[in-house]
Design a protein around this ligand. Sequence first.
Ligand code: PEP
Length: 253
Amino acid sequence: MTNKLKYFIGNWKMFGDFGSFKIINKINQFSYKSKKQTIKRKIILCVPSTLIHFFNQKLKSKFISLGVQNCHYHQGYGPFTGSVSALMLKKAGADYIILGHSENRFEGETNSLIKKKIISALKQKLNIIFCIGETLKEKNKGKTFTILRSQIRSSLSKKFNMNKIILAYEPVWSIGTNKIPRIDELKKNIEFIKTNFKKIFKTTKTPKVLYGGSVNAKNIKLFSSVPQIDGFLIGGASQSSKKFIDIIINYYK
Ligand code: PEP
């Protein structure tokens, strides 16, 4: 088993109320109990914007970081009814932000809009979990690499702080479907993302790349055979403390 840092990031999606703090509390207790282990891992929970301030006030923990799931592209305040900016989310207590999620791309978010959001979030020193991935149609047409390359190239500016960006490879067809990629395909795609990122941004530093899509306590063990994966973005299963904790336990079994 590798001792490289692994991320376990929850994406709560449109879920939760103030009472859901008990989920975070249980995950925190689990982390506290296992603090003596030498395993290097980072737990981040990305919750709805309505909960970030409350959770941030309540959670006094060095084991869990909190984030949100989207922001408006505009920096600061402005005439954008119903929206929240990166500045407002940062002030409310977010450290991380998911951007480019396929559920938002499906609602019309383009690469150029995502680029503006990334710029805005970086300005607030938020850590970004930047989601990329192909649809089933694109995969079947053999276009996975082309799509991944263009999502990376057109959503990131030439100069940015690489330490603030974690990529999440999430094949759209695997999100919430119980379908996961073949391990050999996943390996190839993660390697492609890392190599291409370095080529596009002319850097020798390898970016962190997570996998996301229908990860659960049963299939997590399969992924531990791919050392190139730096961690996981976990959707549905992160809405339950038991499911989320079991994923972590089983990964290291
Ligand atoms: C996600 O929404 O980022 C995700 C990976 O969802 P799920 O785990 O439910 O497939």
